[in-house]
Design a protein around this ligand. Sequence first.
Ligand SMILES: Nc1ncnc2c1ncn2[C@@H]1O[C@H](COP(=O)(O)OP(=O)(O)OP(=O)(O)O)[C@@H](O)[C@H]1O
Ligand SMILES: [Mg+2]
Length: 232
Amino acid sequence: MIASNRQNGRHTMQVIALISQKGGVGKSTLAVHLATEACAQGQRVLLLDLDPQGSAMEWANRRGDRPPDVSGANPASVAKEIEQAKGDGFDLVVIDTAPHADHAALQAARAADLIAIPCRPSTFDIAAISATLDLCKLANKQAVVVLNAAPIRSRVTAEAVEAIVEKGGKVSPVVVYQRVAFQHCMIDGRTAAEFEPDGAAGHEITSLLADLQPGKQVSAKPGKPASRRKVA
Ligand SMILES: Nc1ncnc2c1ncn2[C@@H]1O[C@H](COP(=O)(O)OP(=O)(O)OP(=O)(O)O)[C@@H](O)[C@H]1O
Ligand SMILES: [Mg+2]
């Protein structure tokens, strides 16, 4: 559990950007979940929605006043927004980005400390991942692929890890599985953990946030489901 980010007595802020040139892979789903989980752990979190579709903003509107703070932003002003967040004492900024938007995604990548690339373990999604990996290289930022919406107990996950590593990607050992809790919760501005307390979906997000902490080494091996007690 991370209550606040302090190094040598100084406050540090982490910026995680969810980027994928492919649509529908789970950028917004993971962005709202990671941001809310970090809040639940005591961090001050700002979720920046850079996508004109405004999925995270819509979720925040349904959520009302409950944290995290969510703000729409123009990709051109993302660096300024992050400076301001630092000045305002935030511990973490999570950036949700649009698909098919090279320039905007590059601006988000440059502003981030770490890029998380959600990817479904499907042939089409894996085939499309090189474009996003190239973009992260161009920004010269550390990137980790997060397998999302993976079918439970299927070898496609292990096969996906192999294919992504072959393309030069690093894969998080934490796999987020296909769970209806991730879909149901969005309807009224909740998270999967709020929809189903102590459910597997919530545990996966806790593990993923821990894996995305600064300095944490990521391995190329897939993990097991965080919990099999409840399969939604
Ligand atoms: N782990 C999961 N389990 C079940 N459903 C999921 C999961 N992750 C995402 N989804 C569902 O997949 C759909 C796409 O997810 P999401 O909107 O987060 O993707 P996105 O990458 O932000 O899409 P876009 O590129 O359009 O912004 C949504 O209906 C969402 O509820
Ligand atoms: Mg989205």
